[in-house]
Design a protein around this ligand. Structure first.
Ligand SMILES: *[C@@H]1O[C@H](CO)[C@@H](O)[C@H](O)[C@H]1NC(C)=O
Ligand SMILES: *[C@@H]1O[C@H](CO)[C@@H](O)[C@H](O)[C@H]1NC(C)=O
Ligand SMILES: *[C@@H]1O[C@H](CO)[C@@H](O)[C@H](O)[C@H]1NC(C)=O
Ligand SMILES: *[C@@H]1O[C@H](CO)[C@@H](O)[C@H](O)[C@H]1NC(C)=O
Ligand SMILES: *[C@@H]1O[C@H](CO)[C@@H](O)[C@H](O)[C@H]1NC(C)=O
Ligand SMILES: *[C@@H]1O[C@H](CO)[C@@H](O)[C@H](O)[C@H]1NC(C)=O
Length: 602
């Protein structure tokens, strides 16, 4: 609906080359080709509203309209050769970009834009389930847009009309591919997530796989390939359990997993006939998977072979892999979607500029602490200057935030309304405890950063990994934990400057080797970040036994703050906690600081 409205309003001429106006041109770079198979997949995950693509990063500057054209061009090419193409999305489509977050209600434009892409199998992420509205949007808008393809193997919802608990979508899908006649059984899981709003019920995976429908489905002998998609790390216990369940009844059935959640490029080889792909985040990556040598309804296959590639989401790559160029690639349909995204961005005023900065501030590409660390900037500048409730302004305070509250880097240049949502999409505000003895409260930050085990032993729901950025869980999961670690692992986004030299970017190492990225990049270094950061404001008499401070923290980390203080001998409960600056939150406060400090740089 919104798409049509946006188009009806549009009197602008189409751009010749699609992508968003102002999006940087991709740079030519050496590319590794795709190897097509009998069956081929394109996979997105954790797009988080980035359907306009990245307007400051040439490597990821293609938008959802370009992706729709890419899928259509590739499908035409493959189907002409008698091959199949399936499109997969593994959730977390919302929250994290102004295109979704800036509208009222949220997602006013993104649902109509998203569903322009054909999907063969898709599922929900955890982000769709934090709020009643967003999960109802899945149930009432997205799932019906993909009847039979949207799967909810372990997810139920209270129907908003009847109140009855029903599956959010079908549990599984059995289908036969169009060209090859490959018989597929598909599932769509969510990891064992428990912070959803109470209108949805996430059944634990170990329980769901004991249900009769699943036990029957995995025993189906008329299947050539199991496709298990899930919003879950591909190295999770949840995927292990599903793998073992299928393997225990079909010892050599090919299984292809698609996962996400950790925001990384990753590939896992479970066994010779079972592989798993994770395709990054934020529309940076279009994952490509192909399989050859499968049985079909008509013939017996030999041993299957698997191939994966991570495509940088820009037109240079998309033209190359589809065998097209700027005059043959784009369709009216794709251009219309590009135009609808542009219209939505304009309606939401996402380019409104609060200020400009002359340097990049990185989450994990600069050491912490350092001048280029976004966390040092928050600790040293932003929190001391703007996290200050007028009712308590003369009080000494500790301001604590988890690093996971920040979602993205700040690039040199304009800091826009869009940037605020990109950097911090969370709507929750700050809370505080008043008059806490300073000599104990000052020990809290070390506890939060170094004493993970004691929190988890006291309450398994309080795993410290929830505090740091999700990407770090992925980056660290298979590297020895060090204070900083060299590149070569899962690369990140980049600012591009090089002309002849390789452009810095993703240089992924996974179970299949070092050749997964389509674009040959120079590596980038990454540094570990703490779980939490802290600003100490106005503490004068820190050695005074009587000194007291307000402990101010973002709402999300309240359970950890209360438990941490308990370990320090201070018994506070939720009833002692109050709102701090109730009209603001991290997003609005960062915007305020930027307006006050960076406006004249533009
Ligand atoms: C929830 O969605 C409805 C319908 O789109 C909208 O009217 C309402 O404002 C939304 N509520 C919130 C809190 O966003
Ligand atoms: C969900 O929580 C709300 C309070 O936030 C409560 O009013 C409602 O009854 C709960 N619903 C269910 C199904 O438990
Ligand atoms: C694009 O490809 C077509 C067909 O191969 C060719 O005729 C045309 O000249 C190409 N256009 C550009 C801009 O390269
Ligand atoms: C694209 O949008 C135009 C103008 O709204 C419309 O007339 C046309 O049918 C659309 N084309 C496609 C392929 O969606
Ligand atoms: C950090 O920035 C400050 C002021 O901008 C400067 O004085 C200092 O030398 C910088 N430190 C480093 C390590 O670059
Ligand atoms: C908090 O931030 C969101 C944007 O993420 C904004 O829409 C909302 O109005 C803010 N809430 C308050 C209370 O300022």
């Amino acid at each position: 609906m919104a798409l049509k409205t946006a188009l009806a309003l549009s009197l602008l001429a189409f751009q010749a080359h699609a992508v968003q106006p102002g999006a940087p041109k991709p740079l030519a770079a050496p590319l590794r080709d795709l190897e097509f198979g009998q069956i081929n997949f394109l996979h997105t995950t954790d797009t988080h509203g980035w359907h306009a693509g990245h307007l400051l990063e040439p490597s990821f500057s293609a938008d959802w309209g370009d992706y729709v054209d890419f899928a259509d061009r590739l499908r035409e090419k493959l189907e002409a050769e008698g091959k199949d193409l399936l499109i997969i999305d593994t959730g977390d489509r919302i929250e994290g970009n102004g295109l979704y977050d800036a509208s009222d209600p949220k997602g006013l434009f993104t649902f109509d834009i998203f569903r322009e892409q054909h999907m063969d199998v898709l599922c929900s992420g955890n982000h769709e389930l934090y709020k009643q509205n967003s999960s109802e949007n899945e149930y009432l808008v997205t799932a019906p847009a993909y009847p039979g393809s949207y799967l909810a193997s372990n997810l139920d919802i209270h129907d908003p009309d009847t109140g009855e608990v029903v599956p959010l979508a079908p549990r599984y899908k059995k289908f036969i591919t169009k060209k090859q006649g490959i018989r597929i059984m598909a599932f769509g899981f969510l990891f064992n997530f428990d912070r959803n709003y109470n209108n949805t019920i996430v059944q634990r995976v170990e329980k769901a796989i004991q249900e009769q429908w699943f036990q029957d489905a995995i025993r189906d002998r008329e299947i050539d390939l199991f496709v298990v998609i899930g919003h879950s790390s591909i190295r999770s216990e949840e995927f292990d359990m599903i793998f073992r369940a299928i393997r225990s009844v079909q010892w050599d059935a090919p299984i292809q997993f698609f996962g996400g959640h950790f925001h990384i490029r990753d590939y896992r080889i479970f066994d010779r006939k079972s592989h798993a792909l994770a395709s990054g985040r934020f529309m940076e990556t279009i994952g490509f998977q192909s399989i050859n040598g499968l049985s079909t309804s008509a013939s017996r296959g030999k041993s299957p072979t698997f191939f994966r590639r991570y495509i940088d989401n820009n037109l240079y790559s998309l033209y190359h892999h589809s065998g097209h160029n700027s005059s043959t690639f784009h369709s009216d349909r794709g251009r219309n979607i590009t135009e609808a995204i542009h219209q939505a961005r304009q309606a939401l005023d996402l380019d409104q500029t609060f200020g400009c900065t002359s340097r990049d501030l990185w989450m994990s590409r600069a050491p912490y602490p350092s001048n280029n660390s976004i966390f040092s900037w928050l600790e040293e500048k932003v929190f001391p200057e703007v996290v200050n409730d007028p009712r308590r302004h003369d009080r000494a305070r500790l301001v604590i935030s988890n690093t996971g509250a920040i979602r993205f880097d700040i690039f040199k240049g304009a800091f826009t309304k869009d940037s605020t949502f990109i950097i911090c999409p969370f709507t929750s505000g700050f809370h505080y405890l008043k008059d806490v003895p300073y000599n104990r409260a000052k020990k809290l930050i070390d506890l939060l950063n170094r004493a993970g085990e004691i929190f988890e032993n006291a309450d398994p729901a309080l795993a410290m990994s929830q505090l740091a950025p999700v990407d770090q869980m992925g980056i660290l999961q298979d590297i020895a934990v060090e204070d900083s670690f060299p590149s070569g692992h899962h690369g990140h986004q980049l600012s591009l400057t090089a002309n002849n030299a390789l452009i810095p970017g993703y240089t992924t190492v996974d179970d299949a080797g070092t050749d997964g990225d389509d674009t040959v990049h120079a590596p980038i270094s990454f540094y570990r970040v703490p779980n939490c950061i802290q600003s100490t404001v106005g503490v004068q008499n820190g050695n005074d036994e009587e000194a007291i401070v307000d402990v101010v923290f973002n709402e999300f980390i309240q359970p950890w703050i209360l438990l941490g203080l308990k370990f320090l001998g201070l018994d506070y409960t939720d009833d002692d906690v109050d709102q701090y600056m109730p009209d603001d939150n991290m997003t609005t406060l960062i915007a305020k600081w930027v307006s006050q400090n960076w406006a004249e740089n533009c």
